[in-house]
Design a protein around this ligand. Structure first.
Ligand SMILES: [Zn+2]
Length: 168
């Protein structure tokens, strides 16, 4: 069986920064990535690189940032008055607000996003709202572990059910 649309694919991969080689994340046989192929759930170029592969095949490719999580956009960096983060007593939580910390925020329309703290001073917190992998060229290496037909339920829902999928 080969990877084509509407197959359920299990694979393990190591994702690293294509330029620096630094490891970003890794899955293994016990905790593989399991997904319904061809429904647009993943980065399109990631799926393109797996087309036609079979169980036991390996892969090794990279995807430029602009085709993955986008380029790093300086307009998504904001200066936020630190009093926004004060608690009811007017205190600033210095433990939470460390440089590099990811802080859940919502914008004026109620959309949730994560901001990464870049700098903290008396008046402002400088935050980066780009995706953590924006501007990073992604390098994927791994192996195809399993391929099976999707069930009718899975096709109707557009996602995988079972052990590594949706539990419902
Ligand atoms: Zn479902």
């Amino acid at each position: 069986m080969y990877i084509t649309s509407n197959k359920v694919v299990s694979l393990k991969y190591k994702l690293s920064n294509h330029q620096s080689g630094e490891k970003i994340e890794e899955t293994n046989e016990e905790n593989p990535l399991v997904f319904l192929y061809g429904v647009g759930g993943l980065i399109p170029e990631f799926e393109d690189n797996l087309a036609g592969k079979k169980v036991g095949d390996s892969f090794d490719f990279h995807i430029l940032a602009s085709n993955a999580y986008g380029d790093h956009d300086p307009e998504h960096i904001a200066m936020i008055p630190s009093n926004v983060f004060h608690d009811d007593n007017g205190n600033f939580d210095n433990e939470m607000f460390q440089v590099g910390a990811m802080i859940p925020m919502s914008d004026s329309e109620g959309n949730h996003m994560q901001g990464k703290i870049m700098e903290v001073d008396e008046e402002n917190v400088k935050m980066d709202f780009n995706h953590p992998l924006a501007g990073t060229d992604l390098h994927f290496q791994g192996d195809i572990l399993d391929i099976r037909e999707a069930t009718e339920d899975e096709l109707a829902h557009g996602h995988v059910h079972g052990e590594h999928g949706h539990q419902h």
